[in-house]
Design a protein around this ligand. Structure first.
Ligand code: HEC
Ligand code: HEC
Length: 406
């Protein structure tokens, strides 16, 4: 100090006052930041039973989709009560035909994870879990990795967006219903009112813009047990112009057990391929791309994400199909095997060199809609996008494909 002139900053009382104020602001800011993290973003592990065995893990474990594609649990829970008319039938989410185990809080393939607040997202099981009964009133048996032949996933996609578009989707109405189910504390109430509900609405409306063709009534419905998988992948990964390119190619959900059969190596001349058009010969690539589609964004933690992808790949590779659950009439089977050998074996026998390879469209004799939803141009772009995320996979084959896989 060169001068003893007093300026206002040298007044010791004011100085102490300012310091106290500063400390208060910092403490308050810290508390607010902590609350925002704790109630908005703090990750809690799922309950232990989820990882009890491969089946529960496949059906209920989070693969990280709650971050960007998750719906706040309490909003998810009240929507069917608020908008029963927007679902395909009575019974809430059960009307979507997605397997639902007795006593479980959520249908198969719906994951619950708390990231600040409980959220609901999806995993592979929503489309890849089969259900059968041995008699009309028997308990259904669930088979993870089997095709979800009754699941109407398009109705689900549409339902949540239709809810968000409805003017009644606002904080007052939704909070009122939530509070019939649970007691939110003061902070949660504020968060739901001013952040969680408005942001959820905004996000769902953005989803409609990104996946316009799903909400375009000009296309037929996918139907149960089917979805337009390559379009879902394309519109998520690539900025397609125009945003609805006029293609439409829903296919059945396949079984994804026994994926070991695709254990080919890059040097194999004619490896078996996956997907209806044989888009790749690497199971790990399909699993990774499917998982990215469920996340709807770049994974927040690449290492953790790759861990999920590897586990699912190993589980699907090493799980054999279940035994056929119904009695087989030996006489009919013997007669059928003659027909099979004569008319089907050239393509479908296990040792046929056609099995698992694309058959030219003219020979299949069906339409080319599914082929047109994808192709070399999009493959190159999709492979680039995944590489830019820093994720390694062998990728999709960068060529236009001739037909459908046997
Ligand atoms: C919304 C429904 C849906 C979800 C979710 C989904 N899939 Fe699929 N999956 C499909 C459909 C439909 C196909 C067939 C696509 C085609 O070829 O047109 C498919 C194909 C596959 C195949 C190729 C099977 C074969 O033999 O050719 C594998 C493997 C697969 N999915 C794994 C997964 C994994 C693993 C996940 C989760 C990370 C997942 N899928 C999530 C619908 C889904
Ligand atoms: C020339 C080759 C060829 C012959 C012969 C052939 N198929 Fe196929 N089959 C295909 C191809 C290619 C597909 C997939 C294309 C599609 O689904 O449109 C297919 C699909 C199927 C599917 C659907 C499989 C699924 O997972 O959805 C069944 C079932 C089937 N064939 C049964 C038969 C039977 C039964 C015979 C004999 C009576 C037979 N096929 C003869 C080529 C053949």
């Amino acid at each position: 100090m060169t001068s003893n002139k007093k300026n206002k900053y040298n007044c010791p009382r004011l100085k102490t006052g300012l310091i106290v104020l500063l400390v208060l602001v910092l403490v308050l800011g810290g508390i607010l930041a902590y609350i925002a993290w704790d109630r908005g973003f703090r990750e809690h592990p799922q309950p232990e039973w989820v990882m009890r065995d491969g089946a529960t893990r496949f059906m209920y474990a989070s693969i990280g989709a709650e971050w960007d594609a998750g719906i706040p649990y309490w909003i998810f829970m009240v929507l069917p009560r608020m908008y029963p008319d927007k679902l395909p039938g009575p019974g809430g989410y059960a009307s979507l035909g997605i397997p639902w185990e007795q006593g479980m809080e959520l249908p198969v393939g719906f994951t619950k994870k708390t990231i600040g607040f409980p959220r609901v997202a999806n995993n592979c099981a929503v489309c890849h879990t089969m259900r059968y009964r041995t008699s009309p009133d028997a308990e259904p048996v669930l088979v993870p990795l089997g095709p979800g032949h009754t699941s109407n996933v398009e109705a689900y996609f549409r339902f949540i967006v239709d809810c968000a578009k409805d003017p009644r989707f606002n904080s007052d109405n939704i909070l009122m219903l939530i509070e019939l189910n649970t007691k939110l504390d003061f902070i949660d109430k504020l968060l739901y009112r001013f952040f969680i509900i408005p942001i959820t609405k905004k996000r769902l409306l953005e989803r409609e813009a990104q996946f316009q063709w799903i909400y375009n009534d000009a296309y037929p419905e996918w139907g149960r047990g089917r979805d337009d998988a390559m379009n879902l992948t394309k519109y998520f990964m690539i900025e397609v112009q125009p945003p609805d390119d006029g293609t439409f190619g829903p296919t059945d959900f396949p079984a994804i057990w026994n994926l070991k059969k695709y254990d080919s190596q890059p040097e194999d001349a004619n490896p078996q391929r996956l997907n209806l058009a044989g888009d790749t010969w690497d199971a790990y690539s399909v699993v990774m791309d499917s998982a990215l589609g469920l996340l709807g964004a770049e994974p927040p933690d690449a290492e953790e994400f790759v861990g999920h992808v590897q586990w699912i790949t190993d589980y699907a590779k090493n799980t054999p199909p279940p035994k056929f659950p119904y009695p087989v009439d030996a006489a009919k089977a013997a007669a059928g095997s003659i027909v099979f050998d004569r008319h089907c074996a050239s393509c479908h026998a296990e040792d046929s060199d056609k099995v698992g390879r694309p058959l030219p469209l003219a020979e299949v004799g069906t339409n080319r809609d599914r082929l047109d939803t994808w192709g070399r141009k999009y493959t190159i772009l999709a492979n680039q996008v995944v590489e830019e995320m820093g994720l390694e996979r062998r990728g999709l084959v960068e060529e236009d494909l001739p037909g459908y896989n046997v």
